[in-house]
Design a protein around this ligand. Sequence first.
Ligand SMILES: Cc1cc2nc3c(=O)[nH]c(=O)nc-3n(C[C@H](O)[C@H](O)[C@H](O)COP(=O)(O)OP(=O)(O)OC[C@H]3O[C@@H](n4cnc5c(N)ncnc54)[C@H](O)[C@@H]3O)c2cc1C
Length: 607
Amino acid sequence: MPVYKAPVRDFQFILHEYLNLGQYKDVPGFADSGPELMTPVLEAAAQMCEEVLFPLNQKGDKEGLQYDNGKVIMPGGFKEAYEMYVEGGWPSFTCDPAYGGQGLPDVLNMPLMEMVCSANLSFGLTPGLSHGAYNAIMLHGSDALKKKYLPRMVSGHWSGVMCLTEPQAGTDLGLIRTKAEPQPDGSYAITGGKIFISSGEHDLTENIIHLILARLPGAPSGTKGISLFLAPKFLVNDDGSLGARNKLRCDALEHKMGIHASPTCVMNYDGATGWLVGAPNKGMKAMFTMMNAARLYVGVQGLGIAEVAYQNALAYARERLQSRAITGARFPDKPADPIIVHPDVRRMLLTQRAFTEGCRALALEMALKHDLAQRHPDPAVKQECDDFVQLLTPVVKSYLTDGGFEMASLTMQVYGGYGFIKEYGVEQYVRDARITMIYEGTNGIQALDLVGRKLPAGTGRYLRSFFHPVDAFIARHKGNPAMAEFTKPLYIHMGYLQKATMWIAMQGLANPDDAAGGAVEYQKLFAHVALAYVWARQAEVALRRMPEVRGQMSDSKLTPDIQHLTSEFYESKIQTARFYMQKILPNTISLLSSITSGSKSMMQAAL
Ligand SMILES: Cc1cc2nc3c(=O)[nH]c(=O)nc-3n(C[C@H](O)[C@H](O)[C@H](O)COP(=O)(O)OP(=O)(O)OC[C@H]3O[C@@H](n4cnc5c(N)ncnc54)[C@H](O)[C@@H]3O)c2cc1C
């Protein structure tokens, strides 16, 4: 049976020491973000995830969903778990208080998102997508739509879904055919078919609010002629009560490789009544404004799987006895040593630890910058934070989801043959993680976004939001010998990133295939350097705090944010940072070499 313990300690470290949220207490929404208030919240979320959602994960995978003439029945226990989730007030955590939300920043919600995805990714998709739909209505809906739909969505009694994909229109949404005909009462009749709609139908909530991309009569072709519409499963009366069933139906469920407890629906809209969200023909723009948050959330799905996979690999490696350590028996009284003594097993485990703890810090920093881009009073800070988020969103979405799958696969490797056997529960992580690399824009499309849109933006303004702080960090710690083992590799590999960036920019103009052909590798190179920056900073905090903690452990006047931490915690941070710099970061060299070899070998080969 797999195990899961929420990494509360690491969340506390990142929020209160690494990001030092206390410095933002005057920014709206951040007043309650200190450890005194946040620790009990983190612990409550951890308990729900460990005790309610996690035990349903294997069950949901095994039992799957039932489809009955348009209805979808969730696996046993999911409905009750969802009710607890709603009663706990979790859906409303970051929502606008005007609609019943708690108004907290996203950075405080991210730990919850990660824990839910570790515990039960299939379960997490319904509230996660619903939050995306909330954001779209919040940002683009009329006051009347907000007033009617948001309070019940915020409370979690209704859920929301995003309906973009059609059989002929996946990545290329310009090919969408679903139509919306204006009606005399100001509503629209929506007709068409959508596929792959996550949580398009289920029995967890009283109503499901569909956000649908469709075309108005005479709309321009391509993405310029797409509008966004809201169509509820049950029409809503003016007093907020539920009315007649709308003309939309789940025709079938897809049979999938993983996330077996998440209903992926074939939806049919047969003149369904809907309302325009935002301006006509601006549906894609509306989607794009909420995409950064949605893509970060999918990245966190990969991270969540990586964390639970790592925990199981570690537990197994401590128990499983096979062979003797190459340098001599460590446990002579046992028939063999535990596999954790073998260098290759340690390589796999540390790769996982470096990935999960590094990516967690990066994801939380992204969420913080996203918050500051919206809430900070200083327009210059707002702009800088937004530039950082724009630049790093494709990097984070792709690296965290590629990594989620890779880390799950490493767990299978640590388990050996048992990893491939269903009863042990870890093969589910490999299956569940795989989709995150595909949906919310495939990782190949993320790379094109990075290279084609984000690099040239504002003649390199987005890039500066990353390059400048890294340069400043290196300069600040130049004279610190304890930091040299982290800042030197960061400096060198940052140089490779700059070289690759220059090459992509110059070569992209001369031959776009070169830029597009190297985009995925460039994205990976970028991510490796971003994580090096994160790890160097985590090491810096750890080096600074370790003597402080050692000196004060017996002192009752410990500040609340370090009460929970021991010097072993900081030592582990330094060891992992060292492993990252020596064993993972050098991958940038092969990536740079591949990028600068150009696209000829791909484009001229016969396929
Ligand atoms: C389980 C599941 C849940 C989903 N949930 C939802 C949902 O809730 N709502 C929703 O609307 N959709 C959803 N989707 C759809 C998902 O977002 C799409 O599958 C995804 O966007 C890719 O589209 P596609 O499958 O048509 O692949 P295609 O677009 O056909 O792509 C196939 C391959 O070609 C590549 N490719 C395409 N165009 C280019 C290009 N210009 N340059 C380089 N490479 C390119 C892609 O990267 C990919 O590798 C879901 C899908 C699944 C499987």
